[in-house]
Design a protein around this ligand. Structure first.
Ligand SMILES: Cc1cc2nc3c(=O)[nH]c(=O)nc-3n(C[C@H](O)[C@H](O)[C@H](O)COP(=O)(O)OP(=O)(O)OC[C@H]3O[C@@H](n4cnc5c(N)ncnc54)[C@H](O)[C@@H]3O)c2cc1C
Length: 458
């Protein structure tokens, strides 16, 4: 890519989009391009901020014709840093963030740049919800296209199970509507296949009634017995009770009491989404784990669970992930987690365990491009370091992942390691073959390759 080609593409986009085309000499460029997870790459050539699907189609067409690589950015949270591309065009969708709620039809429509927090707050005003993850800043599109595992998943399915339709700009600039009746192969592939197939400018999502939840955070001492026990409780819990288990060394952050800074703790993110009056009884097995350092559990509006999230400057993150059966998580396995955390060279290290099951497991494995329905648990290790002490942290991540048995199939949204081998972990066997066939139809030149990429078949 020559400087002349980049300036020709920039000029042509500026003629239509004006100051919504940012180049590195613009003071808005660096803060706009910044992601939640930091990285070592050189900057993009330009950031383009579309306001509608026509703007997206223009940007895709200009970039493709100029041979400029494209990164698509929604909430900027991907562990693979897919919202960034060296010397290429970042399509920043955050101005496409309208939320339109049709309560009578139980459908929420979200622009391709909406965040989970903004959508959840708007739906909450009407006593409605679509289940996302656990963090308000994560993009609805980025989350949904890869899966969407959060507080309501065991009751209502993954977010992608609640995707009713999507409006998509394809690699050739065409705009299509994908649903079970329109472009059904594309619709199948979008539900799990990530950003491989086009730019989703609008998602049509199923809404459900959602009143207050009984939830919050419970922090208790971390022991091998407590970790094994809580995973068993989370796995066997009723579908309305979600327990996201995090084992970590408590960092010196203001929201954690000073007395636990530096201690190994279990931080449980909990939501009981059944009748709130039953919440106290539902979380009793968790409170019975032992005296809590922190207990914020109680009735609260569902959108309150999405407030907060990462703040401060972006950090380098090193992550590994895989699925396990619940029977593999015993005290011996849990002790490996404790030993791993004790030896971490990173500023913050977390081993997270989330149960699947419930409504997620009731969807046939081949109904969507998320094939991992039979697993009990997703496990993810994350090490965050302000400085790029990359090699020590990466080596620690590799060792811990192997000790914990995380080498096999993987959840795309938690997969921070990138490459064909890793993509095949996210899309095993027949899923890979079908995705590659759909890719050959909708993006034969692999224009959308800044993702857990599935190259076109043939
Ligand atoms: C703090 C944190 C908490 C998280 N919590 C959860 C959780 O609870 N549950 C869970 O399942 N995951 C969770 N994740 C993972 C998250 O779902 C993925 O990282 C997801 O890809 C982030 O989406 P994004 O839009 O924020 O990221 P971005 O970096 O903006 O986008 C990532 C990629 O998604 C694709 N994409 C995004 N928008 C579009 C679009 N409109 N059209 C086409 N492709 C698009 C593109 O390939 C893009 O490059 C979390 C991540 C972090 C950092």
């Amino acid at each position: 890519m020559t400087t002349t080609q980049i300036s020709a593409a920039t000029d042509s986009l500026r003629a239509r989009l004006g100051e919504r085309v940012l180049t590195p000499d613009d003071e808005r460029f660096a803060p706009t391009a910044a992601l939640v997870i930091d990285g070592p790459q050189a900057p993009p050539a330009l950031v383009v901020r579309p306001r509608d699907a026509d703007d997206v189609a223009l940007a895709v067409t200009v970039a493709r014709d100029a041979g400029l690589p494209i990164a698509v950015r929604n909430g900027g949270h991907s562990f693979g840093r897919f919202g960034w591309v060296e010397d290429g065009l970042v399509l920043d969708l955050r101005l496409l963030a309208d939320v339109d709620l049709d309560a009578a039809a139980w459908v929420g429509r979200a622009g391709g740049g909406t965040t989970a927090g903004a959508y959840t707050a708007a739906a909450g005003e009407l006593g409605l919800a679509t289940g996302f993850g656990d963090t308000g800043g994560v993009g609805v599109a980025g989350l949904t296209l890869g899966g969407g595992l959060g507080y309501l998943s065991r009751r209502d399915g993954l977010t992608l199970d609640n995707l009713l339709a999507a409006d998509v700009v394809l690699a050739d600039g065409r705009q299509v509507h994908a649903s079970p009746d329109d472009e059904p192969d594309l619709f199948w592939a979008l539900r799990g296949g990530g950003g491989n197939f086009g730019v989703v400018t609008r998602l049509h999502l199923r809404l459900v009634p959602q009143g207050p939840v009984y939830g919050g955070v419970l922090i208790v001492p971390l022991t091998a017995r407590a970790l094994a026990d809580v995973v068993a409780v989370a796995h066997q819990a009723p579908e309305e009770l979600t327990v996201m288990v995090n084992a970590l060394v408590a960092p010196p952050l203001p929201f954690l009491p000073e007395t636990i800074h530096g201690k190994q703790v279990l931080m449980l993110e909990i939501a009981w989404s059944g009748d709130v009056v039953d919440g106290d009884a539902a979380v009793a097995p968790l409170r019975a784990l032992g005296p809590a350092y922190v207990d914020t559990l109680g009735p609260q509006p569902y959108p309150a669970l999405f407030e907060g999230g990462p703040s401060g400057p972006p950090m380098r993150a090193s992550g590994r992930t895989g699925f396990l059966q619940e029977s593999a998580v015993d005290e011996v396995w849990a002790q490996r987690v404790l030993d791993g955390l004790a030896g971490s060279p990173a500023a913050v290290s977390v081993v997270g365990v989330r149960p699947l099951g419930g409504a997620i497991a009731r969807v046939p494995a081949d109904a969507t491009a998320f094939a991992h329905r039979a697993h009990d648990l997703v496990v993810a290790t994350t090490a965050m370091a302000p400085e790029p002490a990359a090699s020590a942290v990466e080596a620690w991540s590799d060792t811990l992942a192997s000790t914990l048995g995380l080498g096999g199939p993987a959840y795309a949204n938690f997969l921070g390691t990138v490459g064909e081998e890793e993509s095949r972990r996210a899309y095993p066997g027949a899923t890979w073959d079908r995705l590659a066939a759909v890719k050959a139809v909708y993006d034969p030149d692999n224009v959308f390759r800044g993702n857990h990429n599935v190259p076109p078949a043939g």
